[in-house]
Write a protein that binds this ligand. Structure first.
Ligand SMILES: [Zn+2]
Length: 239
């Protein structure tokens, strides 16, 4: 009896909070997925405010039907997958809260970067502050300091790469390195190496494959954020 009921309870307990925060994530994505020289978006081009008109699973404005947010059902799928990983990760208490906050912020960053090749510093900063703040309330001090050290080391490393690559690696990627490495570093240093290598590796393989297929024109680059975020989540939460 219990064997059939327990997984379903875990499923409901995981899916409901995930789906409850999705409108907020959709709203944050729609606000921030604008080009570099544009102000943050507050309304649909038709004039209707984004909240509550453009937070549904379709991503379309309730007023005019134009899509102003992330692709249909994509944020919903990401949130459910993210929550499923957290549910089976074995994390609890403040660590679970910290990684849940981190996952929510990373979903927003991944969709914004995929849409406009941009990683807004305010979201990266909120991700880092919430993650480290929640872990400071509970959890081993050694792991907390390792998370901080990993964030600083990877940001310094990415900073050097950004300066050397002249635009191939953006400053948004440099600031993303802090929460990405912190989430990996709280686990251990091996996770930092594994997560960063996995992220850079999958990004490189994808770029090479798309170039071979003619889907990525020479001179253009892929957003690195979604690869780093997916890799860091996979290593930090699923492993
Ligand atoms: Zn509209």
């Amino acid at each position: 009896m219990t064997t059939t009921i327990a997984p379903r309870r875990i499923g409901v307990r995981t899916a409901l909070p995930a789906l409850a925060v999705v409108p907020l994530l959709r709203y944050a994505i729609a606000v921030h997925a604008v080009a570099d020289d544009q102000p943050w978006r507050a309304a649909c081009p038709c004039g209707k405010p984004l909240w509550p008109n453009a937070i549904g699973p379709s991503g379309c404005c309730a007023g005019c039907g134009v899509r102003v947010g992330a692709p249909p059902y994509a944020v919903e799928a990401a949130a459910l997958l993210g929550a499923a990983g957290l549910a089976v990760s074995g994390l609890g208490g403040f660590a679970l809260a910290a990684y849940a906050w981190w996952t929510a912020a990373m979903i927003v960053l991944a969709f914004v970067d995929a849409a406009v090749m941009r990683l807004p510093h305010r979201i990266t900063a909120a991700a880092t502050a919430g993650f480290l703040g929640l872990l400071a309330l509970g959890g081993p001090a050694a792991a907390w300091w390792r998370a901080v050290a990993a964030g600083l080391v990877l940001a310094a490393f990415f900073g050097v790469l950004a300066a050397a690559s002249r635009g191939q690696l953006g400053w948004g990627d440099v600031s993303l390195a802090v929460p990405v490495a912190a989430a990996l570093g709280w686990q251990n240093w091996t996770a930092v190496y594994a997560g960063v290598l996995l992220g850079l590796g999958t990004a490189a393989i994808t770029a090479i494959t798309l170039r071979r297929l003619g889907r990525l024109t020479p001179g253009t680059s892929l957003p690195l954020g979604p690869f780093l975020i997916t890799a860091a989540y996979t290593v930090a939460v699923w492993s």
